[in-house]
Design a protein around this ligand. Structure first.
Ligand SMILES: [Fe+2]
Length: 257
């Protein structure tokens, strides 16, 4: 009797499998973005302490050969950025500032506390920089950001020209930014060392939309250490989708948050 029941179940099971209406579509996972290269996996580097972690990047260090070579990028991320992050974690722990966001720390930090400021800015600036890069080439600003750029710079191409020119003509260890300033206008500005437009020391204050590291360590290990090429190539890899998201959030909710 049991044998007959089992045979009947098997038969019903086969019938069920042949019925296409019962088939369930299975999602096949996307392959890993990071492919095997001669460089370390960016995900293998971890900050020590809390609360700040390295901003994870979804690309290998040699993804942008015409912008930053893999050796320079690996050193920048796994040495310089990691060092700022670890040191910031130590500082916020000592000061009991662990619950504050990095942007909040940058706004509230005492301008005279240069060590803390250096670590906080070093972390915030590099995080934003690495997050803004993408292997997706030649993305475009959203309609509203495009309109704002047109209004403030004439066109996206004009904005890029002004940004590149200002960057090339800047000497020393700086960052260059596109900022939504406190008057709700878009502006290009330079900050010294690891300062940023959130800080009280900045001549132009506002919320950063994108930034480029102009320190020599960001591009000088490259075989062709041209600052001009570096700044120009930057725009090939700017992820305008992320920049636009920042802009939409700032203009839709609370520009000063
Ligand atoms: Fe840097």
């Amino acid at each position: 009797m049991i044998k007959h029941i089992l045979m009947a179940l098997c038969f019903l099971s086969l019938l069920s499998c042949n019925d296409n209406s019962n088939l369930v579509e299975v999602q096949i996972p996307e392959p890993e973005v990071i492919v095997q290269t001669n460089f370390a996996d960016p995900r293998s580097f971890k900050a020590t302490g809390l609360p700040f972690k390295l901003s994870p990047v979804e690309y290998s260090f040699d993804t942008f050969p015409d912008f930053i070579d893999g050796k320079t990028f690996e050193f920048h991320y796994s040495n310089i950025y990691l060092s700022y992050t670890n040191n910031l974690n130590k500082q916020v722990t000592e000061k009991n500032w662990e619950t504050k966001k990095a942007s909040q720390i940058c706004k509230e930090i005492n301008p005279e506390d240069t060590t803390f400021l250096n670590f906080a800015g070093g972390y915030y600036n590099h995080s934003l920089f690495f997050e803004t890069l993408s292997p997706k080439k030649d993305t475009n600003p959203s309609e509203s950001l495009n309109n704002a750029i047109d209004e403030n710079f004439g066109s996206v191409e004009n904005f890029k020209k002004q940004f590149i020119l200002k960057g090339i003509n800047t000497k020393g260890s700086n960052w260059i930014w596109l900022v939504l300033n406190n008057d709700q206008k878009l502006e290009i500005t330079i900050t010294l060392n690891e300062e940023n437009p959130l800080m009280q020391k900045s001549t132009v204050k506002g919320f950063p939309l994108l930034c480029l590291d102009l320190w020599e360590h960001a591009y000088l290990l490259n075989n062709n250490p041209s600052k001009k090429n570096y700044i120009e190539a930057f725009f090939t890899y700017v992820d305008w989708n992320k920049v636009s998201e920042r802009y939409e959030q700032l203009t839709a909710v609370n520009p000063q948050s």
